[in-house]
Design a binder for this molecule. Sequence first.
Ligand SMILES: [Zn+2]
Length: 86
Amino acid sequence: MVDRCAVPGCKSTYYKGNQKENEVTLFAIPKTSLSKWQELIPCSNLTSTSRICSRHFEESDFKTGIEILNVFHPYKRRTLNAGAIP
Ligand SMILES: [Zn+2]
């Protein structure tokens, strides 16, 4: 199964199991951000099931892990910070 990025003109596709090779992660759209993102990305027909790839975000928009007692534990997948804007 191939998921596609919802941003018009973006050629990114994400093949499951191939993440390390292309370094693109597709993010589901947070419910709280959907209407804002729809304004930011016109013509994309974004819905709550759309995906947007990591290329449209800054590195600082990602959480890559969590620090517990001064030890950094990386997540298996990057997650998007709440309020991040493509
Ligand atoms: Zn994209």
